[in-house]
Design a protein around this ligand. Structure first.
Ligand code: ADP
Ligand code: ADP
Length: 225
């Protein structure tokens, strides 16, 4: 069936730091939490899944798609929300989302208007759509990032340390938004905050020093922490 399968993935940077050491995970559709301290290798794994860098060893499959060797195939069905979502401050949310939609290949203007309207409503930005992104709060920028990441209806959504810069109210709003995403895609949430995982994720893993220490259902794992 449709799983994200990470098999024996290793990565050592040019400076000799081994960021990933024989990482294997089998991730079903739904919310999956990757929990670990700073420097554990989370971003390296997230960037590898997002086809932004390649592992030295190992293989990764999303269903039948070979993530390392079929990057273009994967990108059609990938959503990636990086740690800090950079935006053009002078554009409005509406303008920039429309622009990203064109870049993702949604060429029909009517379709595009419908897709972007739905996403701006889903991310609670519809009332602020005409406002320049430079005036957005951190939480609003993160939610805009989700709207962009969801444009192509991804089957794999990578969310890297999303709550780091958010105040408590924004954090709750952001986590609620993620929790509404369907069970038809694999959503990986990387974080160093236990509550992000325990509140949202059905399954989880703990990573430290590039190695997976535990892979379990969150209810079991959190009881043991
Ligand atoms: P995390 O996201 O869990 O904080 P990272 O994947 O960013 O972990 O980093 C894992 C380790 O790899 C850290 O020791 C970090 O300093 C190192 N590292 C990350 N990126 C690079 C890079 N581009 N070049 C060299 N070392 C890196
Ligand atoms: P993160 O919270 O993702 O671990 P870092 O502060 O470790 O962020 O890294 C920020 C950027 O610097 C990333 O692009 C990462 O690849 C790069 N980086 C991190 N550690 C190193 C390192 N030791 N040498 C070179 N680049 C690094």
């Amino acid at each position: 069936s449709f799983h994200l399968s990470i098999r024996h993935v290793s990565k050592t940077y040019a400076n000799g730091v081994q960021a990933l050491n024989n990482v294997s995970l089998d991730i079903p559709p739904g919310m999956f939490g990757l929990l670990g301290p700073n420097g554990a290798g989370k971003s390296t794994l997230m960037r590898t899944l997002a086809t932004l860098q390649e592992p030295d060893e190992g293989e990764i499959f999303l269903g039948n798609i070979d993530v390392v060797n079929q990057k273009e195939e994967l990108r059609k069905t990938l959503g990636y929300l990086p740690q800090e979502f950079g935006v053009y401050p002078k554009a409005s949310a509406e303008e920039l989302l429309d622009h990203f939609a064109v870049m993702k290949g949604i060429m029909n203007r009517t379709v595009r208007r419908e897709v972007t309207e739905n996403l701006l409503k889903q991310t609670n930005l519809w009332d602020k759509r005409k406002q320049k992104l430079g005036g957005y709060s951190g939480g609003m920028r993160q939610r805009f990032g989700v709207a962009v990441a969801l444009l192509n209806n991804p089957r794999l959504l990578i969310v890297d340390e999303p709550t780091a810069g958010l105040d408590p109210a924004e954090r709750v709003r952001f986590l609620n938004l993620l929790s509404e995403l369907g069970e038809n895609s694999v959503v990986i949430l990387s974080t160093h905050i236990v509550e992000d995982v325990s509140e949202l994720c059905t399954n989880m893993a703990i990573i430290n020093k590039g190695q997976i220490l535990l892979e379990a259902q969150t209810s079991e794992a959190v009881a043991a922490l």
